[in-house]
Write a protein that binds this ligand. Structure first.
Ligand code: FES
Length: 98
């Protein structure tokens, strides 16, 4: 796996409770109230790779309209990352190895 460089840097609200999840099988933490999109982009420089071109994607509208932020979970579910809150134990897959 490539080294991760976050696309987003948290500047405020750092005192919220932490939430443990995994991203591509590696442990990660977000803060309570983060969307899945925020949780991933504070860990990584992309949300996922496009299924066809394999180009990196990081969402577009951030308000549930564009459908660009789908992300897979380890149990086969697909989530709209900008409209889903991170939850403890979520196992997210960015498609890094696609
Ligand atoms: S970023 Fe557009 S629907 Fe999530």
């Amino acid at each position: 796996m490539n080294a991760r460089r976050p696309l987003l840097v948290r500047l405020a609200e750092t005192d919220r409770a932490s939430v443990a999840f995994t991203l591509d099988g590696e442990p990660a933490t977000a803060l309570e109230g983060d969307t899945v999109l925020t949780a991933v982009l504070t860990q990584h420089d992309r949300l996922r790779r496009n299924e066809f071109s394999h180009a990196p994607r990081a969402g577009f509208c951030l308000m549930g309209a564009c459908q660009d932020c789908w992300i897979a979970t380890a149990d086969g579910e697909r989530l709209r990352a900008c409209a889903t809150f991170i939850a403890p134990g979520m196992a997210l897959l960015s498609g890094e190895d696609a």
